[in-house]
Design a protein around this ligand. Structure first.
Ligand code: ATP
Ligand code: MG
Length: 572
């Protein structure tokens, strides 16, 4: 590929719209441009990388025995009504009507379409197991599209669906996909962890997320150094005993007192002001749930986990109440809520159970209650595990130290069971001629998110550093003196010989100053640069430079191609 003939609109400045480094670098390296919120055009560099990632995915899916299909993006509402998700999916589902006023949606995922297809095509156990996958554009009307293609509204996903006769079969399919995913992300050069996860709106009984470790990640993950426990923070259980949670406390119940706390709303402010520890406070949070307004209590130094609370309350809806609702329920502005005198259901984290003589808001502006006690001053309707694991918590499985890190979810695999086959009537006849529901699994990878995650893990202050297997090009030839015939002819010769040897190569044939070329080269992150200047050419001493650590190999013109092949193979 010739640099001068393609569209690589690199940017010097950091674009104002970018919030994370991968977003910044994808814009700066001319890979993507925004069309609307969460909707991006992929420019040539973006396409080259995407195709590399897709290529790895295809190879591994095929190796695992899956077959590629391509399902429609536009899906009739009827199928979604059959599965019950026309209602359940909410506003993320983009709905529209055709000219006959029939309802359609743009597929955010394809369980409905594929299960419908299978219900019509599969009759017998002899046709199973089956695993079908596609690489295709999805649309989800995300409430907060952000970070570029990392959380877009329109995005490319690889989704696969497995169909089995029995539990043993679905376990095998699941494990095969688990292994395939590990190979895919390893081959993409990513540092990742597979963690136990929630099943969310997709449903099913069991799932793992593949998390690329990065500080910018939206997900919290908990893992153990001693055993192999790893889970999404929304799922990671609290190891109760180690925290003294639920323990008996024999302290004498002191008389309740009101303390003035002018303008002190946060746990930090109140504990400093009253000269107590954050863990002597109890936070009262007001939520709107499916069953009305509720209060949830957690210890002052703990963080509530809304996903856990949602599951505990068995409510599809959970929203932190706004200022107005808080005032209505507590009679005070946010920041001064407390459990005493509330006439809504109060739930609490296990960590609150053993507490005595604690501090809460007084449901009155600028005031907190001291020496509050459960049972005497108010009642708890139920205790649950509704907080985040925190740094000093122990591994829920083995009790050793737990770690908390941030991750980007690049893949998610689910054991679905018969949820969709029951709803959409996908059955098969077993060897005795009895009709049974097909057991399903589903498996997704965000292709664009994987590209962005790779950049989060592979960059420096000058730009992207592509891992060789997903680099848009493996080699960039940089002729420094474009007016010099010898420099250009040699560069062109090397260019053709590398193409002949099936190396992905781009030649920067632009009539630009060397400084400009070097800057762009580092920004777009091609792993190997061949630098051809007049002086080193005269000495027959050409430079090959690695983007990752700036290592320089010198060699003669004749030896360049072989050296390049060696370096490419080494990292492939
Ligand atoms: P998230 O929790 O990040 O919203 P999800 O659980 O909704 O993800 P799945 O339905 O499991 O995601 O989709 C499979 C994969 O598709 C995800 O692992 C992720 O890599 C990718 N993906 C999901 N939503 C988006 C999005 N808005 N933009 C880009 N990729 C996405
Ligand atoms: Mg989502």
């Amino acid at each position: 590929m010739r640099y001068s003939k393609t569209l690589i609109p690199t940017l010097k400045e950091i674009p104002a719209e970018a919030e994370v480094i991968s977003h910044t670098l994808m814009l700066r390296a001319g890979m993507i441009r925004k069309l609307a919120a969460g909707i991006y055009s992929l420019l040539p560099m973006g396409v080259y990388v995407t195709k590399k990632v897709e290529g790895i995915i295809r190879e591994e899916m095929n190796r695992a025995g899956a077959q590629e299909v391509l399902l429609p993006a536009v899906q009739p509402a009827e199928l979604w009504k059959e599965s019950g998700r026309w209602e359940e999916y909410g506003k993320e589902l983009l709905r529209f009507k055709d000219r006959h006023e029939r309802d359609f949606c743009f597929g955010p995922t394809h369980e409905e379409v594929i299960t419908d297809l299978i219900s019509k095509e599969i009759r017998s156990y002899r046709q199973l197991p089956l695993n079908l996958y596609q690489i295709q554009t999805k649309f989800r009307d995300e409430i907060r599209p952000r970070f570029g293609v990392m959380r877009g509204r329109e995005f490319i996903m690889k989704d696969a669906y497995s169909f089995d006769c029995d539990e043993k079969g679905v376990d095998e399919s699941y494990n095969r996909m688990y292994d395939a995913y590990c190979r895919i992300f390893e081959r993409c050069g990513l540092k990742f962890k597979a963690v136990e996860a929630e099943t969310g709106v997709i449903g099913g009984s069991f799932s793992h997320e593949f998390m690329v470790l990065a500080d910018s990640g939206e997900e919290g993950i908990v893992f153990c150094n001693s055993c192999d426990y790893a889970a999404n923070i929304d799922r990671a259980e609290i190891r109760t005993k180690e925290n003294g949670d639920g323990g008996e406390n024999k302290e004498e119940r002191k008389e309740i007192k009101k303390a003035s706390t002018p303008g002190m709303k946060t746990v930090e402010e109140v504990s400093k002001y009253l000269k107590v520890r954050p863990q002597d406070l109890v936070k009262t949070l007001i939520f709107e749930s499916e069953n009305g307004i509720i209060a949830a209590l957690v210890r002052g130094d703990h963080q509530i986990n809304e996903t856990k609370l949602k599951r505990f309350l068995d409510s599809n809806i959970l929203l932190l109440a706004g200022d107005e609702a808080v005032r209505e329920v507590t009679g005070a502005p946010s920041g001064f809520a407390g459990p005493i005198g509330l006439n809504i259901a109060i739930f609490a984290d296990h960590g609150v159970k053993g507490m005595q003589n604690f501090i809460t808001g007084a449901n009155e502006i600028d005031a907190h209650n001291i020496n509050v006690n459960i049972g005497r001053d108010f009642e708890i309707k139920g205790y649950g595990d509704i907080r985040n694991v925190k740094e000093d918590d122990k591994c829920p499985r083995c009790g050793k130290d737990a770690n908390i890190k941030r991750g980007i979810e690049v893949g998610h695999i689910f054991k679905l069971g018969t949820k969709y086959s029951q709803m959409l009537g996908a059955t098969y006849l077993d060897s005795k001629g009895e009709e049974r529901f097909i057991i399903m699994g589903c498996y997704g990878i965000g292709v664009g998110r994987t590209v962005a995650a790779a950049i989060e893990q592979n960059h420096d202050e000058n730009g992207i550093i592509w891992p060789m297997p997903i680099a848009p090009f493996q080699v960039l030839i940089l002729p420094l003196n474009t007016n010099d015939t010898m420099v250009m002819e040699t560069s062109e010769d090397i260019y053709t010989s590398l193409i002949d040897k099936k190396i992905d190569v781009v030649i920067d044939d632009r009539d630009e100053r060397p400084g400009v070329k070097f800057k762009d080269a580092d920004l777009i992150g091609i792993p190997l640069q061949i630098i051809i200047g007049l002086r080193n050419l005269k000495e027959d001493n050409i430079e090959i430079k690695t983007r990752r650590n700036g290592e320089i190999f010198k060699c003669s013109v004749d030896a360049v191609a072989d050296k390049i092949i060696k370096l490419v193979r080494q990292d492939a």
